[in-house]
Design a protein around this ligand. Sequence first.
Ligand SMILES: Nc1nc2c(ncn2[C@@H]2O[C@H](COP(=O)(O)OP(=O)(O)OP(=O)(O)O)[C@@H](O)[C@H]2O)c(=O)[nH]1
Ligand SMILES: [Mg+2]
Length: 397
Amino acid sequence: MGKPNVGKSTFFSAATLKIVEIAEYPFTTIEANRGVAYIRTPCVCRELGVEDNPVNSLCIDGVRLLPVELIDCPGLIRGAHRGRGLGNKFLDEVRRADALIVLCDAAGMTDDEGRPVPPGSHDPIEDVKMFEEEFDLWLLGLIKKDWERLTRRAESAREEISRHLEVRLSGLRITREHISRAIEHLGLDPYKARGWSDEQLLSFTRELRRISKSLIVAANKADRDEAEDNIERLRDAGYRVVPTSAEAELALRRAAQAGVIKYTPGDPDFEVLQSERLTGRQRRALEMIRERVLERWGSTGVQQTLNDAFFKLLNMIPVYPVEDAERLTDHQGRVLPDCYLVPRGTTAREFAALIHSELAESFIYAIDARTKRRLGEDYVLREGDVIKIVAAKARKV
Ligand SMILES: Nc1nc2c(ncn2[C@@H]2O[C@H](COP(=O)(O)OP(=O)(O)OP(=O)(O)O)[C@@H](O)[C@H]2O)c(=O)[nH]1
Ligand SMILES: [Mg+2]
């Protein structure tokens, strides 16, 4: 997400290797692009000394790659919630999103609407604030749609507004708990929502967005010198920031795909394999990437953004279900076939439910495949756990 011309499609293309339209003018992307990107995590196969047969994910040189859906949205400008620019249909795209990655032009070389301006002349903090404000106004619009009816109904039933609003917002993955927390943070009366002023309703919406839709800022175009100060300032403003150079990542991944260099997304460096296939210009371009991006920031940041979105923002951990705790296999004998991303704090029984609802109903206990110890239903899963669920019915994992 983000304003036009910041590099969203470049980021998307680099992360998914899908070919999409990229150009140096605003509103290049008109319809959202969808693709598969991968989260990287060290696989437990190395530690456990086994050769694995991944099914729901990939394992390359001891690194698990977990597929996630990535959506590249059209550019968003001020007034989008009222239909300005390409309108608000792409705000609809974020309904199903778990995490929002907001790209900004850290080099400050595009104005509010994505038109080119001299590098360093636009403040990227404005890019992020604009996104938040538009998002909030759009969400406020959704909440207001039914507000009269909802609040009247809640009051006459003497029920908290969260019970009623929850239904309206469930398509956005906003839960009753999110709503209650926002109300509590602001000290509003959940039983008297009819009496909230417009201002209170806006504050409530803001707080609700902050709680339910946390975002990560990809400070893009970090290959440019102008970006350095701005990245500091974005961090000082309190945002979770990853410096990125989507353009560098795209170049490296394409070169790696062609077999010219050895590079895995997230790596701090690359190795030239077939220098004879590179022109002088390409060689210089790769050198620039090394100098301006990899040496300066440690990586291109694209992989780190995706990883941070799941591991830090959403606080997920990888867990490996198996059916045979001795051999670490599923019923077909495949070693460590699956790896799931689950929220930290997930219990053994909740994990069973994620695999199959029946499994949770008939749950008896779980086994830690490393220690072969029995785990009760309330056991809280840890990062990299290899777990067998023992259930009463025939269906087992
Ligand atoms: N210097 C630099 N330029 C970049 C980077 N990423 C993208 N660009 C350039 O920024 C321009 C816009 O890139 P796009 O990926 O089309 O931007 P977008 O945000 O998808 O734009 P819209 O679809 O119009 O909203 C292109 O000229 C890219 O080459 C980067 O990391 N560094
Ligand atoms: Mg685009």
